[in-house]
Design a protein. Structure first.
Length: 332
């Protein structure tokens, strides 16, 4: 295995990369040093602990698709072949052949899942299983969807720390029971679409118990819409990190608003959102929602506005302490 590792400036100096916390960037470099000659890392969590990073840092790298993960726990550095070029006499093939067989190389030279028109990697000698009918329907629904391929990962990460609308458990990646998952209100197997209006985010345990047997209520579909409106589609396409990194004009780069800008917008909408509280709240979170960078702060204001209206007390409601014994005596 080669002893040297390289990192392309087009990747590690891109806005998408530099927007991440320093700990997430450090984890990326460390994983790059431990990866095999094809960019695969077999024990990413152990390396994460060694360099003092957290699971949040790993989640950010996965959400921004600097890393791709597999069910086996293995991860691969997406832009490995952009970062590194190894001569054939120094290259040692990866041992993670099953994971490698699920990937393709796109036109920019980055790894991507085998969906879309990309050049395939050299085939691996192993028997390929045919997709089930349910898997074929899901794949077809995602192809027809207006949502980007990064949607599921982004929206799941955005719901980390939020309560499952069914059981009330806080969703997180701490274990497979409470991790956030996509629930189609009308299952794709019953003709449902992979669109925002048909999606809720619930914990894995509740999702398993439902098992696509019947249609379910839109548990938190409106919340999903509001969150997606805020974080938006961070990427212009499936694999646009490199394209974004060479955009000289930094088009679409998010700039946090000032208190005055928020106050002006709130006055325009005549809502009761406090501008200073709003700005302080997101500044403390580095303008992230879950694991995703805020895309549109005005959409966040509108979400706060809707939530305030939901929590408003009915007209005529007067809080206070009542002497119920006295009230009871007065009506005798």
């Amino acid at each position: 295995m080669a002893e040297r590792r390289m990192f392309a400036k087009s990747i590690v100096l891109s806005d998408a990369f530099l927007d991440m916390p320093a700990t997430a960037r450090c984890l990326y470099f460390t994983l790059g040093m431990f990866a095999d000659d094809d960019g695969f890392v077999g024990s990413p969590k152990g390396i994460m602990r060694q360099c003092g990073a957290s699971q949040d840092d790993m989640n950010i790298l996965l959400a921004k698709r600097f890393l791709l993960s597999f069910e086996s726990g293995v991860i691969v550095i997406k832009h490995w072949r952009i970062n590194n070029y190894l001569q054939s006499d120094r290259h040692k093939d990866t041992t993670y052949l099953e994971e490698l067989d699920t990937l393709k190389i796109d036109e920019k030279g980055a790894y991507t899942e085998k969906q879309g028109m990309y050049t395939e990697l050299e085939p691996v000698d192993k028997e390929k299983k045919e997709l089930t009918e349910a898997q074929k329907k899901r794949l077809e629904a995602k192809k027809e969807s207006s949502l980007p391929s990064t949607f599921e990962q982004q929206i799941r990460n955005a719901f980390v720390g939020r309560k499952c609308p069914i059981c009330g458990q806080l969703m997180s990646y701490s274990n497979n029971i409470v991790k956030p998952t996509i629930q189609h209100n009308k299952p794709i197997s019953l003709g449902g679409k992979h669109e925002l209006s048909n999606i809720s985010v619930i914990c894995a345990s509740c999702n398993t118990s439902i098992q696509n047997r019947a249609e379910t209520p839109p548990y938190n579909t409106e919340e999903v819409k509001a969150v997606w409106e805020c974080i938006g589609n961070v990427y212009t396409g499936k694999d646009s990190i490199v394209k974004d990194s060479i955009d000289k004009n930094n088009k679409g780069k998010f700039t946090p608003p000032t208190v005055e800008e928020v106050r002006e917008y709130c006055n325009e909408r005549k809502n009761n959102v406090d501008p200073e509280t709003f700005v302080d709240f997101y500044t403390a979170k580095n303008w992230y929602i879950g694991k995703n960078k805020v895309k549109d702060w005005k959409a966040c204001v509108r979400t706060w506005e809707r939530n305030r209206k939901k929590n408003e007390k009915p007209l005529g409601y007067i809080p206070g302490n009542y002497d119920f014994e006295e009230l009871e005596n007065s009506i005798k």
